[in-house]
Design a protein around this ligand. Sequence first.
Ligand code: ZN
Length: 357
Amino acid sequence: MSFQDYAINSRQKSMLDFIEKYFAEADYRERGSGTEFRAICPFCEGGRTREASFDMNITNEHVKCWRSSCLYKGNFAWFMSEFLKISYREANNMLRGPAYTSEDVLLADLEYLKKNVLDVELFDDKYLYSFDIGIKDSKEISELRNEGLSSEIKDWILNRRYDIDWFIENHPFLVPPQIGKGKCRVQFEVETEGSRAYQLYSFIQGVEPKTINPDQQYLSYMLYNYNNVIRSSIVFVTEGIFSCARLNSWGYSAVALFGVILKPYQNYLLSRLDCDEICVCLDHGTKDASLKIYEQLKDGCYGKKLSILEIDVDGADPDDLEEVDFVRCFKKRKKKLNSREGELERMMKDLKKLGYE
Ligand SMILES: [Zn+2]
């Protein structure tokens, strides 16, 4: 039996076209409220376990995710408009008439395709599983018996000039089991699009404290703090989590790249943000890297303003600045609107680069 056999009118047929195209794995079920299809939620991705918790009802047109951390809710047209990033009117037209005719919908399809091409193995079980190995038996900082370490961590947070309550509240702060065996002492939880990794912080006598990032194979698929900036209007792209945390503590929306290289999937994640502007804000001495990222964003993030913030305080990173200096540099930033013109051609080129013909 094909999905289409469940349709009783043309509107339902259009909804089923959509479900079949984007949620081919959905399970059919007949409920008191009508004919429903259950799939993995495209917004929360079903969390780490990839739980199917997303119901699309073609009778009452309700769409809902049951995961408590998500609770996405909308009618079918709203959902289509959000999923395909098209207007509500366009989505309604799709439900009414012959589907997939306009350029907007074609672009949405291309973007979907692009995501799938880039989304290699990210949610593969073995990858997620290996994240968990690193954190088994970790302890919350509050459960810490080792008072010495606890105060060492707190000192360190205060030395970085963070408000200690704010920092602990915003960064799940865990002590991994490696303590005593290796140099890793404290970890921050890092979460992006339903998957997790952990950032470790090391203290070695006589050496500047340094972050140890998750493995490169995970890093290129995430941006630190991404989930918190999805609805922001300006998003700053920083190098490391401390610059990111600093900007966040001032109330600005920032993500961290974990380095100075923007990977294709990270570019894709940025293109999905609601924001009007993406501002590249790397550490000092990285002018070339900033420019390179800016050029990459031009190829990935259409319809957004793109800018580069250069810090004019000698030798200072975003993390070293006072807010007043940051704001002054921000006002002087170089910016340009990345128009949507030629978007289709560029996306086709992107797809070709990715090996899709
Ligand atoms: Zn969800």
